[in-house]
Design a protein around this ligand. Structure first.
Ligand code: GDP
Length: 295
């Protein structure tokens, strides 16, 4: 995960680590390399620039030039700023409803169905939760089958209605069904398309309006970098979602989406997907991710 970025940042900061005393020139050089590393990671130019400006300000404020271990101090400053950039604190799901309703949104192939299963499994393992999965993709019968396969795998019931072509009424019926079986969390998987289009956005907005979920999550493939960030912006403009799920981090060597999505949409990353298996789900901890990136 993020191997390229880690390597480049390590190289950039290594120069300072070797020095007992450093100069403003060393700091400027290092920050230039840090910026380059962020740009190579597919972080947008403005975010990368603001980031290095903040690090510079902080470094000067903390007298990095006269510090006995300037390298270590710089690493700490960069780590703290990366943590802030990725959201600062951990953000939990809001599961206060009865049942609580979680609406999944995102493009086709982003990992929505897989993540719906992972989340159901994660909540089921918490013992106090009895999830129900609801299949709302009315266009692709294979998507309904896929959710049933996932449900069977993790022992979670799946509600679907192949005769019904209205996703809003399926979602409503799914929630009603959850109540009738004593399920306290409903996870609604919706139809995605390969690219943003009006029909898909209207449909998800209609479902959102009708069921008023406690949590609306936007699922995105982290490997798509800046595209992920742009798609997040479009979905957020329509849905004002509550959190981001970054999938396929196991294959993401660059890390641009993880680093910049929070500052673009001002919504936290809540979970990450790190593989195809149902267990490959983790709560997103910005500080742990920053530790990981900086080694
Ligand atoms: P959907 O169209 O948004 O429902 O996407 P799917 O859940 O069908 O996922 C698309 C593909 O991505 C499938 O082959 C999944 O196995 C794969 N996938 C989903 N999440 C992850 C992940 O975190 N890591 C990896 N490596 N693959 C994933």
């Amino acid at each position: 995960m993020f191997d390229n970025l880690s390597e480049k940042l390590d190289k950039a900061l290594h120069v300072l680590k070797g020095h007992g005393q450093i100069t403003e020139i060393n700091v400027a050089e290092t920050l230039k390399e840090v910026r380059r590393a962020l740009l190579d990671a597919d972080v947008n130019f403005k975010i990368a620039k603001e980031f290095t400006n903040r690090v510079k300000e902080k470094a000067l404020g903390e007298n990095v030039l006269t510090n006995l271990q300037p390298g270590q101090l710089m690493v700490k400053i960069v780590k703290d700023e990366l943590t802030q950039l990725m959201g600062g604190d951990v953000e939990e799901l809001n599961l206060k409803g009865s049942p609580s309703v979680i609406l999944m949104s995102g493009l086709q192939g982003s990992g929505k169905t897989t993540f719906s299963g992972k989340l159901a499994n994660y909540l089921k393992n918490k013992k106090t939760k009895k999830p129900l999965l609801v299949a709302c993709d009315v266009y692709r019968p294979a998507a309904i089958d896929q959710l049933h396969v996932v449900g069977e795998q993790i022992g979670v019931e799946v509600y679907s209605d192949r005769e019904n072509k209205n996703p809003v009424s399926i979602a409503v019926a799914g929630i009603k069904h959850a109540k009738s079986i004593g399920s306290n969390v409903v996870i609604i998987d919706t139809a995605g398309r390969l690219a943003v289009d009006e029909v898909m956005m209207d449909e998800i907005a209609n479902i959102h309006r009708a069921i008023k979920p406690q949590e609306t999550l936007f699922v995105v493939d982290s490997m798509t970098g800046q595209d992920a960030v742009n798609t997040a912006k479009t979905f957020n403009d329509i849905l004002n979602f509550d959190g981001v799920i970054l999938t396929k981090l196991d294959g993401d060597t660059r890390g641009g989406a993880a680093i910049s999505i929070k500052s673009v949409v001002d919504k936290p990353i809540k979970f990450i997907g790190t593989g195809e298996k149902m267990e490959a789900i983790d709560v997103f901890y910005p500080s742990r991710m920053a530790d990981r990136i900086l080694g």
